[in-house]
Design a protein. Structure first.
Length: 304
């Protein structure tokens, strides 16, 4: 398993994260977790809203049935979304959310807490107060954000005393906006439009780890692009490279993300053990520069 440095810390973590949003749908959750751990995936991502909280509870109950030790795992959760209602970064909501997650996860602390989707009504002073209290009480070790751009991060950094170590962003072969605008600099085509405030470059400059969510999806949750007849050229290229590297198209799609020098983590949300294995094993595949660009172009992207 390829390891990466987590944000500006000296901690090394697995480059593949197991996302637990669907653990409530897993046929054999014990097999899911043991497969991940056996393949050196020790980073687990949650959110207080996943399964209405049930996913965190199921994870804790399942983990208790394994031989895994808490101190050997990196457990991360997110808060800030009130489903169907609003986003909430108030001090009260952040602290109560963390306390709820800790109870459901049956742990004394989170290794990392990320603020979920941006709350435009947030008061950065409240977030800072919540972070300070959670850190002081030993309930959260590291803090970060999710789906935020540089200006939002800088505003938060003005008030919080802790470094922001990670940003969870959608990224994959069919969701390449953060890369496109950097390739199409000084152009006037669609690829040149900067939707994210140069978040890729910002993250590298400020040692923030990008965590790629929904890495195998296309569109606005329209489906998976792998083995999808809508993308014949891309899938043909993935199959060719999979044969070369003795892996699968899913493995190549993972390796494509991990090849980027920004040290991006891949969040694998699958609850299928053999897919967990192939994604974990693909972390050690290093595509050539030509192969990386071939995949990029096969996905319909144009180099200027």
């Amino acid at each position: 398993m390829k390891k990466i440095k987590f944000g500006p810390t000296d901690i090394e973590v697995s480059s593949v994260i197991l996302g637990l949003m669907r653990i409530n749908q897993a046929k054999d959750p014990v097999k899911v977790l043991t497969t991940a751990i056996d393949n050196e995936i020790t980073f687990f991502d949650h959110a207080d809203i996943y399964g209405g909280g049930d996913c965190e509870t199921i994870f804790a109950d399942t983990l208790a049935k394994t031989d895994a030790k808490r101190e050997a795992l990196f457990i991360q959760s997110k808060c800030g979304i009130v489903p169907g209602k609003m986003f909430d970064f108030s001090k009260e909501h952040i602290i109560s959310s963390v306390e709820g997650s800790l109870k459901r996860l049956n742990t004394d602390y989170l290794d990392a807490l990320l603020l979920h989707r941006p709350d435009t009504l947030f008061e950065p002073e409240e977030v800072a107060a919540a972070f300070d209290q959670l850190e002081k009480d030993g309930k959260v070790k590291y803090f970060g954000v999710s789906n935020q751009k540089p200006g939002q991060i800088e505003l938060l950094k003005k008030y919080v005393s802790q470094p922001l170590v990670a940003n969870q962003l959608q990224f994959g072969i069919m969701h390449t906006g953060m890369i496109d605008q950097g390739i199409h600099v000084n152009m006037t085509d669609g690829g040149s439009v900067d939707h994210d405030g140069e978040i890729l470059e910002y993250s590298r400059l400020h040692d923030m780890t990008i965590q790629a969510w929904s890495p195998y999806q296309y569109g606005f949750f329209e489906g998976v692009f792998i083995d999808n007849d809508k993308f014949p050229e891309l899938n043909e290229k993935l199959v060719v490279l999979a044969d070369k590297y003795k892996t699968t198209p899913t493995g190549i799609a993972s390796a494509w993300i991990l090849r980027h020098p920004a040290n991006i983590q891949v969040i694998a949300g699958t609850m299928t053990p053999h897919r967990i294995e192939e994604i974990a094993q693909a972390s050690e595949i290093v595509l050539t520069r030509e192969e990386w660009y071939d995949v990029y172009k096969a996905a319909g992207n144009i180099l200027p």
